[in-house]
Ligand binder design. Structure first.
Ligand SMILES: Nc1ncnc2c1ncn2[C@@H]1O[C@H](COP(=O)(O)OP(=O)(O)OP(=O)(O)O)[C@@H](O)[C@H]1O
Ligand SMILES: [Mg+2]
Length: 220
């Protein structure tokens, strides 16, 4: 059976304790779609992304990946299918840039160390960070960390990439280089959900813009 949608939200509701974050969110995303999500600080954008790869549990409704309820998909499989770039990078501070890049390939993708290093070095060239391969995250600038985080997710070749405010902490120059990288991902026909306040950029790259407001999802 042909599955038309790669990701679907059906009446999804999320609380933290007694605090409602969002209710009855409905979304249907096709393969290759670029979806932007905006909304005020604290409205629940990061939470919504985390629900997609089960870093947070939902309280009601269903999230489906290729027609299957994600609660029935193992965490390992979900990690193979859906990658996330976090708002605060989430790099492993005790690992070098290169080791940050290969750990997922070895542990999730089950590639050999040699193969993983080869792939990691290739992508480091692409994001212009090859000379930083033996550095630790605290030796990098925000923009460089962000590029490592994006590279790490790209390497996993997931079906969907979730990007949480990939440029919020960056200066103009770094912002431009990260946006250029994201544009390249968009042009490769990836399915992307991007949380961003870069209005001009998201208007250019996204198929649909949503706003989380008053606990509800609205189309812009
Ligand atoms: N682990 C948690 N436990 C309890 N409440 C949380 C937790 N994480 C976030 N919240 C609360 O849930 C709400 C939504 O947070 P979230 O981080 O999803 O917002 P956001 O839209 O991503 O905000 P920002 O634009 O600042 O990144 C906020 O009120 C926040 O304080
Ligand atoms: Mg957030």
């Amino acid at each position: 059976m042909k599955k038309e949608f790669i990701l679907e939200f059906e009446n999804v509701t999320k609380y933290y304790g007694n605090d409602l974050v969002f209710s009855n969110v409905n979304l249907k995303i096709k393969k290759g779609d670029v979806i932007a999500l905006t909304g005020k600080n604290g409205c629940g954008k990061s939470t919504l992304l985390k629900c997609i790869n089960r870093l947070e549990n939902i309280n009601d409704g269903i999230i489906k990946f290729k027609g299957i309820d994600i609660s029935e998909i193992s965490m390992v499989e979900l990690r193979q299918k859906i990658g996330m770039v976090f708002q605060d990078y989430n790099l492993f501070e005790h690992l070098t840039v290169l080791d940050n890049l290969i750990i997922g390939l070895i542990e999730i993708k089950k590639y050999s160390r040699e193969e993983s290093i080869r792939k990691a070095l290739n992508i480091l060239k692409k994001v212009d960070l090859i000379e930083k391969k033996d550095k630790y995250p605290d030796e990098l600038s925000g923009g460089q960390k962000q590029r490592v985080a994006i590279a790490r997710t790209l390497l996993m070749k997931t079906d969907i990439i979730l990007l949480d405010e990939p440029t919020s902490a960056l200066d103009k120059e770094m912002k431009d280089s990260v946006l250029k990288l994201i544009k390249e991902i968009v042009d490769e026909d990836m399915t992307l959900i991007i949380v961003s306040h870069e209005d001009e950029f998201i208007k250019n790259v996204s198929d649909q813009i949503y706003v989380l407001k008053n606990n509800c999802m609205e189309m812009k």
